[in-house]
Design a protein around this ligand. Structure first.
Ligand code: PFF
Length: 488
C-alpha cells in the first residue's frame, strides 16, 4: 500500500502542534505555574523541556520517519520483541481518547449553552446536576446523561470524518484551519482578560516567582510530567505523524518549532485564565486562592462563574472560550485516533477507511461508560491510571528499546542527514540516560504515592477496575503484536 504524505511542511508542523496543544494547555499549565512557585516554575519547566521533552520528540519524529511506520511498526523494526510496546502506546492513546472525547463533548454542550449563558448563577449545581446528572457512586450508572451522549456522538463523528479523509485531505486541512483559529481565539481571550480591572493582580499571582519552591522535588516531577503530557509523547502520535513526512524533511528543527509553539501557547493562555480569575477575585472581594482551580473545575464551574460577572461581552467571551476548548480538544483527539489507525493499517494491511471505521466504532463504544450518570467517576479513575502509569511506563520502554537495543548513532545520523539543526552527543546522553532515569523516578514516585493512599478516596473495587483497564490494554497489545503481519 502506498503511504500517504503531508502536502506541505507547514501542514505537518501545524498538525503536530495541534496534537500537542490540547485541553491540558488551557486548564493545567497555568494552574501548575501558580501552584508551583509562579514564574520560578518556568525554570524546572524549561529544564524539563530541553533535557527530556525535545530529545524525546526528536526521537519519536526520527523513529516514524526512519522506519516509515506507526509505533508498532517502528518498534518492530528495532526488534520484533518490542512490537507490543508500540501497540501498548497506541492502545493507551485509544483509552485516553475514549474519555478525552467526552470532555470535548462537555465543552461542546457548554458552547451551545454559552449563547444564552444557560448555566445561571449556580454553576456547580448546573454542571454536576443538570449536565452530568452525576450519581452517588461509580457503580451507580443510572442510565445515560442524554445531552452528553449526543455531544459525544457528534465529537466522534467529527473525528471519523477528518481521519477518514486521510492525511492530506483530512488531518492536514483540518489543522490548517483549526490552528490559526485557536490562536486567534486565545488572543481574543487574553485581550478580554487584560482589559478587566483586577487582571494585573491575577497575573501577578500567576507569575510572581517564589524561588524557595524549587527546593521541593515535587515541583520538578510536575514539570517533567507536564512536558511529557503536553507534547503528546509516549502514545505513538508523533511517530505516526512523522511517518507521513517525505524523505527529505527536517526533523530536529521541526521538533523545536512544535515544542516551543506548544509551550508558548500554554504561557499565553495563562494570561487569559489568571487575568479573568484576578477580575473575579476583585469583583467578589475574594482572594485569588479562593477562586483558582484546575481541570474540569476551572473550565466548567469557575469560568462560567467568572463569565457571569463580566462587565461586557459576556456571551461573546463565553462562546470564544468554549469554542477554544472544543478546537484544542479536537485537534488532539484526531491525532490520538490517527495513531491507532495508522498502526492498524501498517500491521494488518487494511485500508484506511476500514481502519477508521473500526477504531472510531470501538472508541465510541469505549466512550459510552463516561456518558452515563457515573461517567465522571470513571473518567477520573481511568485518567489517573492511564496517565500516571500507562504513559510514563510506555515512554520508558520506548526509549529503552530505541536507545539501548538499537544503534542510537544510526538514528542520530538519520536525523542529522535531514535536519538543519544538528543534534550532538547531548542528545545521545539525554535519550540514553537522562530521559530513562527521569521517567523511572517519576514512576517510582507515582507507585509510592498510590500505595501510601488509595487514589481519590474511591472504593478499592473501583480502583481495581481502573487498574484492570491498564492490564487489559497490555493483554490486547500483546495479542495484536502476535496477530500482526508483515504487509509492506
Ligand atoms: N497534548 C495534548 C494535551 O495536553 O491536552 C493532548 C493529549 C496528550 C491528550 C496526552 C491526552 C493525553 F493523555
Amino acid at each position: 500500500m502506498q503511504r500517504e504524505f503531508w502536502a506541505t511542511r507547514v501542514g505537518f508542523v501545524l498538525a503536530a502542534i495541534g496534537s500537542a496543544i490540547g485541553l491540558g494547555n488551557i486548564w493545567r499549565f497555568g494552574y501548575l505555574v501558580y501552584k508551583n512557585g509562579g514564574g520560578a516554575f518556568l525554570i524546572p519547566y524549561f529544564v524539563a523541556l530541553f533535557v527530556a521533552g525535545i530529545s524525546l520528540l526528536i526521537l519519536e519524529f526520527a523513529l516514524g520517519h526512519k522506519f516509515r511506520g506507526s509505533a508498532p511498526q517502528a518498534l518492530r523494526a528495532i526488534n520484533k520483541k518490542f512490537e507490543w510496546v508500540g501497540w501498548w502506546a497506541v492502545i493507551g492513546g485509544l483509552i485516553i481518547t475514549t474519555y478525552y472525547c467526552v470532555i470535548i463533548a462537555w465543552a461542546l454542550v457548554y458552547f451551545t449553552k454559552a449563547f444564552t449563558l444557560a448555566w445561571g448563577a449556580e454553576t456547580k449545581a448546573y454542571y454536576f446536576g443538570q449536565i452530568l446528572q452525576l450519581s452517588d457512586s461509580p457503580w451507580d450508572f443510572g442510565g445515560f446523561a442524554v445531552g452528553v451522549l449526543i455531544a459525544t456522538a457528534i465529537v466522534w463523528a467529527i473525528n471519523w470524518l477528518i481521519d477518514f479523509r486521510g492525511v492530506r485531505k483530512g488531518i492536514e486541512i483540518a489543522n490548517m484551519i483549526l490552528m490559526p483559529l485557536l490562536w486567534i481565539l486565545a488572543i481574543i481571550l487574553v485581550i478580554r482578560a487584560l482589559t478587566l480591572p483586577g487582571a494585573i493582580e491575577g497575573i501577578e499571582w500567576y507569575l510572581k516567582p517564589d524561588f524557595s519552591k524549587l527546593a521541593d522535588y515535587n515541583i520538578w516531577l510536575s514539570a517533567f510530567g507536564q512536558i511529557f503530557f503536553t507534547l503528546s509523547l509516549g502514545m505513538g502520535i508523533m511517530i505516526a505523524y512523522a511517518s507521513y513526512l517525505p524523505e527529505k524533511s527536517d526533523l530536529a528543527n521541526n521538533a523545536f518549532i512544535v515544542a516551543l509553539a506548544n509551550c508558548a501557547f500554554s504561557f499565553l493562555v495563562g494570561f487569559a485564565v489568571f487575568g479573568t480569575l484576578g477580575y473575579m477575585a476583585y469583583t467578589t472581594g475574594s482572594e485569588i486562592g479562593d477562586v483558582v482551580t484546575q481541570s474540569i473545575g476551572l473550565a466548567f464551574v469557575v469560568f462560567p462563574q467568572a463569565l457571569n460577572l463580566l462587565p461586557a461581552l459576556k456571551v461573546f467571551t463565553a462562546v470564544v472560550f468554549f469554542l477554544a476548548l472544543v478546537v484544542a480538544g479536537l485537534s488532539s483527539s484526531i491525532s490520538l485516533v490517527e495513531a491507532v489507525v495508522s498502526a492498524m493499517m501498517d500491521r494488518f494491511g487494511i485500508e484506511r477507511r476500514e481502519a477508521v471505521n473500526i477504531v472510531v466504532g470501538i472508541g465510541f463504544l469505549g466512550s459510552l461508560p463516561y456518558t452515563t450518570k457515573a461517567g465522571l467517576y470513571w473518567l477520573d479513575i481511568v485518567d489517573h491510571f492511564v496517565n500516571y502509569y500507562g504513559l510514563v511506563l510506555v515512554g520508558l520502554l520506548e526509549v529503552i528499546a530505541a536507545a539501548w537495543f538499537f544503534n542510537l548513532g544510526d538514528i542520530r545520523s538519520h536525523i542529522n542527514a535531514v535536519s538543519e539543526i544538528k543534534v550532538s552527543s547531548w542528545w545521545d546522553f539525554s535519550v540514553k540516560f537522562a530521559v530513562p532515569a527521569i521517567l523511572l523516578i517519576l514512576l517510582a514516585f507515582d507507585v509510592y504515592y498510590n500505595l501510601k493512599e488509595p487514589y481519590g478516596g474511591y472504593s478499592i473495587d473501583a480502583l481495581i477496575a481502573g487498574f484492570g483497564i491498564i492490564l487489559a490494554g497490555m493483554v490486547v497489545s500483546a495479542l495484536l503484536s502476535w496477530r500482526g503481519k508483515d504487509v509492506s
